[in-house]
Design a protein around this ligand. Structure first.
Ligand SMILES: Nc1nc2c(ncn2[C@@H]2O[C@H](COP(=O)(O)OP(=O)(O)OP(=O)(O)O)[C@@H](O)[C@H]2O)c(=O)[nH]1
Ligand SMILES: [Mg+2]
Length: 271
């Protein structure tokens, strides 16, 4: 078995920075991890890659094509569909080494995760190649500091979760930028309960929408998987907690411990 994190989330939510910092974290703890850049429009990232979609196709070339006449978003969808038609390229780049662990740095267009079947098809192939993926969905904490923003971020995470049907970990990124005043608000949302969310929305919009507010809040609580982990790269504890949660979601350590235990048992039997 092999393992992967599909690092997703809206534009600018910190996906590439997450990949880069996770590579550094894994270097420190002597754990190997490989990054795949899946963003055909990426201009800058500072991690080493095992595969880069831009070697296959570049969004600028697609946009320059006079027959296609596509803008940046249509161009990106074209590139991702091109990838799906050339998946042997990716399969070869990934190679096959047991226990490999990959990070896929995905593009920031959320329609890829919520509407189009592109990611779902890619996931089906990863699974065929014996890769067990976890959806890692980042939302910028700056956009989660009041109830309406929190609900909108949560709904985008929820729609990705329902659409992709994968083990799923939500992350509130850039916590180092949150000032002391907003910290309290965010902590409230990290453990949000539906009554207080609905009350806050009622206060903002008036009682007229009370029924709608409480139903949306209840739906978020019912899908109790919509919880966020706070990510602060200045805190090693926060990075470790996130890695642990993801490893647990895809049973990374459990499988390895089991395999090691099997190997030990086999050795003992042989002896
Ligand atoms: N302070 C702080 N800044 C961050 C953090 N993560 C990302 N940023 C900044 O946020 C901006 C966007 O970060 P990226 O990592 O490029 O975000 P992205 O999600 O890959 O963006 P797209 O690929 O364009 O969708 C950059 O200016 C980063 O330096 C963080 O944890 N803390
Ligand atoms: Mg990026």
């Amino acid at each position: 078995m092999r393992y992967a994190q599909l690092v997703m989330g809206p534009a600018g939510s910190g996906k590439s920075t997450y990949c880069s910092n996770m590579v550094k974290h894994c270097e420190n703890i002597k754990r190997s991890i490989y990054v795949v850049n899946l963003d055909p429009a990426a201009e800058y990232f500072d991690y080493p890659v095992i595969a880069d979609i831009r070697e296959l196709i570049q969004v600028d070339d697609v946009m320059d094509d006079p027959d296609l006449r596509l803008g940046p978003n249509g161009g990106l969808v074209f590139c991702m569909e091109y990838l799906l038609n050339n998946l042997n390229w990716l399969e070869e780049k990934l190679g096959y080494v047991e226990d490999d662990y990959f990070l896929f740095d995905c593009p920031g267009q959320i329609e890829l995760y919520t509407h189009f079947p592109i990611m779902k098809t890619l996931i089906d192939h990863l699974q065929k190649w014996d890769i067990r993926p976890c959806a890692v969905y980042l939302v910028d904490s700056q956009f989660m500091i009041d109830a309406p923003k929190f609900i909108s971020g949560t709904m985008s995470a929820l729609s990705c979760m329902v659409n992709l049907e994968l083990p799923h970990v939500n992350i509130m990124s850039k916590m180092d930028l949150i000032g002391p005043g907003d910290k309290e608000n965010i902590e409230r949302y990290l453990n949000a309960d539906c009554e207080s969310l609905a009350d806050e929305l009622d206060q903002l919009r008036g009682k007229k929408f009370h029924k709608l507010n409480s139903m949306i809040s209840r739906m978020i609580e019912d899908y109790s998987l919509v919880k966020f982990l706070a990510l602060n790269f200045n805190s090693e504890d926060s990075v470790e907690a996130i890695m642990y949660q993801i490893d647990t979601a895809i049973q990374y350590d459990e499988d390895r411990e089991f395999t090691n235990q099997d190997a030990d048992d086999e050795d003992a039997d042989n002896q």
